[in-house]
Write a protein that binds this ligand. Structure first.
Ligand code: HEC
Ligand code: HEC
Length: 282
């Protein structure tokens, strides 16, 4: 663990010298059936910075953790139900539903862990929401959904829920590499009046308390996330936006190239941790 002489973070941290708490030793099995990998050896590209990658679940209190262990207690699952309704509803000029082409939603198991992913034909890195919108526009003749909006997030939660337990496995080499590097630069760049980078909080100070919050590694294997704070599902880009804003910096928009790059990079930091979404957090 590196400790930099950062006055901004020292002022924010509740007990800067004590590595208070850290991650707990609980284990997560959803519905007594799906084993979730919540701690594992850091992927090779991270081995200089971290030994272990840890899900944000470990930094939450027991009652919050328990909500994620059973689908009846997980409020995020209500939104998965809504996603399933969209999945089965025909829309657009072609009169087709997602189910008409893809079959049951469970057929999509294994897709979420690989996103964001390079798409050869479009020559771009696509997030899952971008891919869904591509199907809507070009295969269904329907309007794209607004980034991180209700319907887009509900669909992402559905696609995530069928992959729960599977380890994140985002490719970072080949044509995706340039964007991955861009995301990595953003992760380590200090922003805002506080001059803090993602790494200052989530790599150098996870386990510490910042105001009333127990700092996690800022992993995104649990997204979309149901937050008790706003009682809805939250997308990755919206979470990034909130964190950047907390450094009192100008932030990027959900769906922007910067946040797509950051999502690719941050996803790769979770390689090996299970898909958890929809997870439950503060
Ligand atoms: C008319 C048929 C059709 C419809 C309707 C359709 N898709 Fe697709 N979808 C495809 C095809 C074909 C591909 C593969 C395209 C590619 O690889 O570029 C695909 C790819 C995908 C992928 C990426 C799979 C992967 O392996 O990376 C996802 C996710 C997806 N669709 C979700 C949806 C959702 C959600 C809907 C409804 C909102 C939907 N699709 C509607 C035909 C369809
Ligand atoms: C000033 C410290 C600080 C900075 C800088 C910061 N965050 Fe956060 N972040 C937090 C706090 C506090 C939380 C809520 C507690 C937690 O889950 O760590 C949080 C939560 C998160 C989460 C949710 C984790 C989960 O399991 O639900 C993600 C993802 C995240 N941050 C990513 C980022 C990224 C990416 C950056 C850089 C753009 C960043 N954060 C910058 C303080 C920070």
């Amino acid at each position: 663990m590196k400790f930099k002489a950062l006055t901004a973070i020292a002022a924010l941290l509740v007990a800067p010298m004590a590595m208070a708490g850290g991650a707990d030793d609980d284990t997560l099995v959803v519905n007594e059936e799906i084993e979730i990998i919540t701690k594992t050896a850091a992927p090779a590209h991270l081995s200089d910075a971290l030994d272990e990658v840890i899900s944000g679940w470990h930094f939450r209190k027991d009652p919050t953790q328990a909500m994620q262990a059973d689908d009846f207690d997980n409020p995020g699952m209500l939104f998965v139900e809504q996603g399933l309704e969209s999945w089965e509803t025909a829309e657009g000029s072609e009169g087709k539903s997602c189910a008409d082409c893809h079959g049951a939603a469970e057929e999509m198991a294994g897709i979420k862990p690989t996103y964001p992913k390079w798409n050869d034909a479009a020559e771009e890195v696509r997030t899952l929401q971008m891919q869904v919108n591509d199907c809507r526009e070009n295969r269904m003749g329907a309007e794209p959904w607004k980034y991180d909006s209700g319907k887009a997030i509900n669909m992402e939660a559905l696609l995530s829920s069928v992959s729960r337990g599977m380890p994140m496995n985002v490719a970072i080499d080949g044509p995706a590499e340039a964007m991955w590097e861009q995301g990595k630069d953003l992760y380590y760049t200090r922003t805002g009046q506080l001059e803090l980078s993602c790494a200052n909080c989530h790599e150098e100070n996870y386990g510490n308390y910042i105001r009333a919050d127990h700092l996690s590694q800022g992993q995104i294997n649990g997204f979309p996330t149901y937050r008790l704070k706003n009682a809805k599902l939250n997308g990755v880009h919206s979470r990034f936006k909130g964190c950047v804003r907390d450094t009192r910096a100008e932030t990027y928009k959900p769906g922007s190239e910067e946040f797509i790059a950051l999502e690719l990079y941050v996803s790769s930091r979770a390689n090996g941790l299970s898909v958890e979404g929809p997870s439950v957090r503060n």
